[in-house]
Design a protein. Structure first.
Length: 568
């Protein structure tokens, strides 16, 4: 007696073709999946190996299991045939792809076996190679040199490899590899960002050809020092030109190898050097105040707090108060170091950690302070324009740069309010500006861009400024304060004359609700021989953005820190 056929249940609405058992409690969704679950041979008629029952709704709304209809049986046969053809094609494709992969691997292995036979060795009969760098390489024309660096660009041709080498000395250099140099295993493995060592002869490029510095190195020996990945992890695939900002920030360590980022960092170094030279020429002393503090300078709302041996402490917002303490001993002083502001802002000109150039000057008046600021900024500009590396970068990244001319425009705060209203620059709520308003960043920048020259915005209302700023004699509601504004960036400098009178400073503490006791060391500067003095703080990244026409200050520091970003 023949064994009964297995019964498989199908419910198109409640069933599933993935993981179903074919029972009433676990039906398939389609008859084709039900049949294929049996792994029946192709020559068997489908319903000769199983019984398929499907759900039918009766007239009274109940459901029952019934045999597959005639139309359903025909559809099942067609479906099975289609599935088998698809499976056969996939198998054939799989065989073809496997065969192609095997052939490719065989060719690759044969190629590597041949390449392994080629052993490059330095020719002792050639002149000893002079260890050199890309910078200054034209001086070695017709001489044999040794170079080490990273593969910045790579073009492999049948008879030549053209490699653009970056050794971090500044300029790039083109290498030409030919003959046995492109037949080695290293030649097969060479990738972008691999580090290599080469020896070869420096030659001028032929007329009509272009190469960095107008030269190329014809390589006679080389090797890979550190191979960079190929394939899915290749350097050139990590950062795309249209990558979103978060991806670029995550891969900042790789982005810094790019020509633009390298140029910005190189210019930044020269900018800081120019500041130091400019201040040294007028006999300022550089000091290094602490970054861990227990007092605020710009208000408590933007302080980064941390636990300092069980006591609350903060990352400094400014070194100004400490600079003031050494005026009696060192005179004119400055510092270049990091400041920290916990502003919940993601604008293109805000950072949570930024490089702060700050200076304090004794025995000056407000005009002296403004004149000094003009002098320092224009001197730094002149130095950078005279620096061959910095000026070339400036020409490359901001060819339209126009050096600022003295005197800078000096614009009273009240006149600025008038300008904003006369030129239709509204507040964020669409209303006109009024005296006493804190001019918003967008309005300030729009005004600066319209005027299109450096502006010294002066004499801000007392209630908008810090407790230590000196009031204007005879106009005590306003302060001897200044913001230097640059087109396309906005504020780059904030400064003021400082309160020199003991009683006036104590009133400033009281007005701002600041307990004076923690500031005893600052207050003592008015107690033990006070003097008229002033100072300022300049945001290096903002000034750099103005110089190099960068859209955001995040491009102007090594690893930007802003709200939500503290890596890598």
């Amino acid at each position: 007696m023949a064994s009964p056929l297995p019964t498989l249940y199908v419910d198109e609405k409640k069933g599933s073709d993935t993981g179903a058992k074919g029972t009433q409690d676990s039906p398939f969704a389609t008859p084709v999946a039900a049949y294929l679950s049996l792994n029946a041979t192709a020559d068997k008629e489908p319903l000769s190996v199983c019984q398929i029952l499907t759900v039918k709704v009766t007239e009274d709304g109940k459901t029952e299991w019934v045999e597959l209809s005639g139309a359903g049986k025909k559809k099942l046969v067609k479906g099975i045939d289609a599935q088998r053809k698809k499976a056969a094609k996939a198998a054939a494709d799989g065989e073809r792809l496997a065969k192609e992969a095997a052939e490719t691997e065989a060719r690759h292995n044969a190629l590597r076996a041949e390449a392994a036979k080629i052993k490059l060795e330095e020719d002792p009969s050639k002149p000893a190679a002079i260890k050199a760098r890309a910078k200054g390489l034209p001086e070695y024309t017709d001489k044999r040199v040794r170079l080490q660096g990273w593969v910045h660009r790579l073009r492999k041709q049948k008879t030549n490899f053209f490699v653009v080498l970056r050794d971090a000395s500044g300029p790039l250099v083109q290498l030409v590899l030919a003959g046995d140099c492109i037949k080695t295993v290293d030649a097969l493995d060479l990738t972008i960002e691999s580090t290599i060592e080469v020896t070869g002869t420096v030659q001028k490029v032929k007329e009509g050809q272009n190469a960095p510095q107008g030269i190329e190195v014809v390589v006679d020996w080389w090797k890979i020092v550190g191979r960079a990945p190929a394939g899915d992890d290749a350097f050139e695939g990590r950062i795309q030109a249209d990558a979103d900002p978060a991806t670029r920030a995550d891969l900042r360590h790789l982005e810094l190898r790019g020509e633009t980022a390298t140029a910005v960092m190189r210019f930044r170094a020269r900018l800081l050097r120019a500041f130091r030279e400019a201040l040294d020429e007028i006999e300022f002393t550089e000091v290094t105040p602490p970054c861990m503090v227990q007092t605020s300078v710009e208000g408590g709302s933007t302080l980064f707090e941390f636990n300092y041996y069980g006591a609350p402490a903060y990352l400094t917002q400014s070194s100004q108060l400490y600079l003031e303490t050494v005026l009696p001993s060192l005179g004119n002083v400055y510092c270049i170091q990091e400041s920290f502001r916990a502003e919940k802002s993601l604008t293109r000109r805000h950072l949570s950690e930024y490089t702060h150039f700050e200076a304090e000057l004794p025995f000056i008046d407000f005009k002296d302070l403004l004149d000094h600021l003009e002098h320092v900024i224009t001197t730094v500009v002149d130095k950078l324009l005279q620096d061959p590396v910095a000026s070339e970068i400036l020409k490359q990244l901001n060819p339209g740069f126009v050096p600022p001319q003295k005197p800078f425009m000096r614009l009273d705060y009240r006149d600025a309010i008038k300008y904003l209203n006369e030129h239709g620059i509204k507040k964020e709520d669409g209303s006109d500006h009024e005296v006493g308003d804190d001019i918003a960043e967008a309005a300030e920048r729009k005004m600066t861009d319209q005027i299109n020259r450096p502006i010294m915005l002066i004499n801000f209302p007392k209630h908008l400024k810090s407790f230590y700023m000196k009031q204007i004699e005879g106009d005590e509601d306003y302060t001897e304060s200044v913001d230097v504004l640059m087109p396309n960036v906005g504020e780059v400098v904030g400064g003021s004359m400082r309160i020199s009178d003991f009683d006036e400073l104590m009133a400033g503490y009281k007005r701002e609700g600041i307990p004076p006791e923690p500031y005893y060391w600052f207050t003592d500067q008015r107690k033990y021989g006070t003097c008229e003095h002033g100072g300022y703080g300049l945001g290096v990244e903002r000034l750099l953005a103005w110089f190099l026409d960068r859209y955001t200050v995040r491009e102007c520091c090594l690893y930007p820190r802003y709200m939500g970003r503290a890596r890598p």
